[in-house]
Design a binder for this molecule. Structure first.
Ligand code: HEC
Ligand code: HEC
Length: 272
């Protein structure tokens, strides 16, 4: 039986990796979740909470869903299902297409309303630094090596669990740290708020002054830089071409890798 701090629950390793009933360590920390989120439907729809966590806070390899507009979530599943939303790196985008294709409209609606009702909380700590812990891939995440060695950050944002063991057992209170090159936050703020002197269209125009979304436009504040960065590249390449994606074409068209590093670091540093 495995445990995490402050939870009265215990799960075995095989329960933790059950796609049709993953752990819900803190059921009192989120509204009551529908069956599709906690258990999914065998054999074709794994629980949304298996990948996105029961509170929808998500992980770097998927997406935070907590507090996104229900209509936006439903539209994304429709886009995945109807071949409009892919990933620029195809192996990263394969998870949602079967899920969205197999889920019924009622299941999608229930899940969307549930995730929209969860209040997001600060989940990512952004640190500007010249060096990062050396790291390797575990599952679909970067995790720090045990030896304490470091390497230069380069032109990258590196996002890792604050506590690898707790993230590996799907503790939805175990948050992330994102390392970014020095100067990222200031440069990102200028691009996001002012458009970086014509480089892009200020994101606040559509995503709201607080960047927490406007109408059915999603929040981009306090969300995973890995996940948000992938979306920017997906809009750029056209792999993400959903019904409402056209508005994102102009803002991303001139962004370089260094711009995406700065923008995602700044956005991740905000309160969600
Ligand atoms: C097997 C893992 C897995 C399961 C199960 C899963 N998802 Fe996802 N989901 C992903 C991944 C990975 C992505 C990110 C795709 C990308 O970056 O292109 C994603 C992305 C999404 C997005 C896009 C978010 C955004 O910000 O645009 C939504 C919405 C979503 N999932 C909803 C759901 C719902 C609702 C369910 C349950 C019915 C579900 N997912 C089940 C892995 C999963
Ligand atoms: C003209 C309006 C507009 C502007 C300006 C704009 N966005 Fe968007 N953005 C949207 C819309 C609409 C969507 C939803 C697209 C969809 O449904 O596919 C979106 C979606 C996104 C997403 C996907 C979020 C997710 O949950 O997957 C990201 C990331 C994003 N925008 C980042 C930015 C950034 C960064 C900027 C500024 C550089 C920006 N946007 C400027 C309208 C805009």
């Amino acid at each position: 039986m495995l445990h995490v701090p402050n939870s009265t629950r215990g799960y075995t390793r095989s329960q933790i990796s059950n796609r049709f009933g993953p752990p819900d360590w803190f059921p009192e920390s989120h509204p009551a979740a529908p069956k599709i989120v906690l258990e999914g439907r065998t054999p074709e729809v794994p629980a949304c909470g298996y990948c996105h966590l029961p509170n929808g806070f998500g992980r770097p390899e998927n997406a935070g869903l907590a507090g996104l507009p229900a209509a936006y979530i439903e539209q994304q599943l429709d886009d995945f299902k109807n071949n409009r939303r892919h990933n620029a790196v195809p192996r990263m985008g394969i998870s949602m297409i079967p899920v969205a294709s197999a889920a019924t409209p009622e299941e999608v609606k229930e899940a969307a309303e549930y995730f929209a009702s969860v209040k997001p909380a600060k989940w990512i700590r952004v640190v500007e630094t010249e060096t990062v812990p050396r790291f390797h891939a575990a599952g679909r995440m970067w995790v720090p090596d045990q030896d304490g060695e470091t390497e230069p950050i380069g032109e990258r944002v590196i996002e890792m669990p604050e506590n690898t063991e707790r993230v590996e057992i799907r503790d939805e209170s175990a948050s992330f740290v994102a390392y970014a090159p020095p100067g990222s936050l200031k440069k990102g703020e200028d691009l996001v708020r002012n458009g970086g002197n014509g480089k892009t269209i200020a994101c606040v125009t559509c995503h709201g002054q607080d960047l927490k979304g406007l109408g059915t436009i999603p929040s981009i504040a306090g969300r995973s830089p890995s996940s948000i960065g992938r979306q920017i590249f997906d809009f750029q390449t056209g792999a993400r071409n959903g019904l409402n994606a056209a508005l994102m074409k102009a803002p991303v068209s001139k962004l370089t890798n260094a711009d995406v590093v700065a923008i995602t670091a700044y956005l991740a540093s905000l309160n969600p």
